[in-house]
Design a protein around this ligand. Structure first.
Ligand code: GUN
Length: 302
């Protein structure tokens, strides 16, 4: 059996078209567009490429996009003042501070300074709390988990009563996706198990999963015999395992591998996300959706 591929690149296009249509409609009726500022401190190459992609996507959708690049030695005080400026700026509906931040800056302090109503990353404790309560309380679900849930829904995978196993317990993926999957609502109502580095028998838990979500950051951690035949496998891992020269551009690019042994897993799973081209493109897509949502909340449309 060969699994159905759940392609983030295709789902991204569907969602971005929906967002673009809504942006156009709101612009015509209300004369405003969503505003997103991306604050980048320093020159981390991975962060620079993420930020460029975020800005490009926002531009394509007709957002007011602002890229605020700051030097690596920007003081914590100055960064907090910058966030305060955007908190007060009515043309900005989403504030994103690209992580990781330089070591001399307290990340928690910075994330807590963002107005929760502009926190389109969903990292502020207020939004984490709203996510935990669930239902109408949720304003900005964090982007990667929101993208995973959207992929599961659009792939037509039944979640109600399903056994979901989440591998990993990070604040950005493991904890929020586990929480989202057991809530009441579409793409949820599942029975959820979270496994991690201290779990005694990882394989035994994974083998029970109707939906296996892996966000461990360990290449090929999940072996093919850990997968229940027909299961839906969501691989969140993006592990740089080497470099190669791209045939298309002639540039040196990273060789990426997921947390699941894809070639063998696809013969057992019912559906599976590839790496790259699976969960990756969904994160920026959901960031755009959250920024639009922020404007809609402000206009009383959501
Ligand atoms: N760095 C890596 N992923 C993310 C993300 O989703 N949001 C932010 N702000 N920084 C990141």
């Amino acid at each position: 059996m060969t699994a159905k591929l759940i392609k983030g690149t295709e789902i991204r296009e569907e969602i971005l078209e929906e967002v673009a249509a809504e942006v156009k409609d709101i612009k015509e009726k209300h004369g405003v567009v969503p505003g997103l500022v991306t604050i980048l401190v320093g020159e981390n190459p991975a962060s620079m490429s993420y930020v460029t992609l975020k800005i490009k996507t926002a531009h394509r959708l007709g957002f007011n996009e602002v890229q605020d690049s700051q030097p690596a030695d920007l003081s914590e005080e100055d960064l907090l003042a910058l966030i305060d400026k955007y908190n007060k700026d009515d043309s900005i509906h989403g504030i994103l501070v690209q992580l990781p931040l330089p070591k001399h800056v307290d990340e928690k302090k910075v994330l807590n300074a963002i107005d929760p109503d502009k926190d389109v990353d969903g990292f502020h404790p207020v939004n984490v709390g709203r996510l935990m309560i669930g239902g109408d309380e949720v304003k900005f679900p964090p982007c990667t988990p929101a993208g995973i849930q959207e992929m599961i829904i659009r792939a037509g995978v039944e979640t109600s009563g399903a056994e979901v196993v989440v591998v990993g317990r990070s604040n950005i993926v493991g904890k929020p996706i586990a929480n989202m999957m057991f809530q009441k609502g579409p793409g949820a109502n599942a029975t959820v198990t979270v496994v991690h580095t201290r779990t005694k028998d990882l394989a035994a838990h994974c083998k029970r999963a109707d939906i296996l979500i892996v966000a461990a950051g360990v290449p090929d951690l999940v072996k093919p015999d850990w997968i229940k035949p027909g299961a839906c496998v969501i691989d969140v891992g993006v592990n740089r395992v080497g470099e190669k020269v791209s045939e298309k551009t002639g540039k040196t690019v990273a060789i990426l591998k997921g947390d699941v042994d894809f070639d063998k897993a696809k013969e057992i799973a019912g559906s599976i996300t590839p790496v790259p081209g699976g969960v990756g493109p969904m994160t920026i897509t959901m960031l755009m959706k959250n920024t639009l949502k922020s404007l809609k909340f402000k206009l009383g449309l959501a």
